[in-house]
Design a protein around this ligand. Structure first.
Ligand code: ADP
Length: 159
């Protein structure tokens, strides 16, 4: 059983994230998408809301589950028996940060391999910050996020 973990903030999940999960679910037996509780980030949605949106938008993939954790990704990966960490690479701008993280995680646990996947090019400019900003100013985000996220964004803006 080859299990991998895909950690992130997912505030909120976008079609870019889902593209990466779909690719990972084709390659591995099991994919666990994990909402990382990051105290240094101020999020729009709570950990529970982000996990719920992930669960709902990934339910078409039978070998994918979503959860959350508080602590180091390498510790959670070990606890659930994952052999690799999935991360998405959109552009060169992602590279430096992702490279540092991958090397640090490898230093912390030499048995864990970070695997980078590229989304379809139509998602390379997409990130959660753009979605939050667009939604705040009532921009149309229907092409970028699943239905459940649209509902949560509407609720947040009190409409
Ligand atoms: P983090 O704060 O950990 O970067 P994100 O939720 O922003 O969390 O992203 C989680 C992972 O998904 C990262 O590896 C990021 O590069 C990747 N990612 C984010 N948006 C996209 C996208 N549009 N296409 C592909 N990968 C993406």
């Amino acid at each position: 059983m080859k299990k991998v973990i895909y950690p992130g903030t997912f505030d909120p999940v976008t079609f870019g994230h889902i593209d990466i999960v779909e690719r990972a679910s084709d390659l591995f037996d099991e994919v666990v998408v994990t909402v990382a509780k990051n105290p240094s980030k101020t999020c729009m949605f709570s950990v529970d809301e982000r996990t719920l949106m992930l669960k709902e938008s990934l339910k078409h993939l039978p070998n994918v589950t979503a959860d959350s954790f508080d602590g180091l990704v390498v510790d959670h990966a070990k606890a659930i028996g994952a052999l690799g960490i999935i991360r998405g690479l959109r552009a060169v701008s992602d590279f430096e940060y992702e490279f540092q993280m991958a090397l640090m995680n490898r230093k912390l646990n030499g048995e864990l391999t970070t695997i980078f996947l590229m989304p379809h090019e139509k998602y390379t400019y997409l990130n959660s910050t753009i979605i939050r900003n667009l939604a705040q100013f009532k921009g149309d985000v229907t092409d970028f996020v699943p239905e459940v996220v649209l509902e949560f964004l509407k609720k947040k803006s009190g409409k």
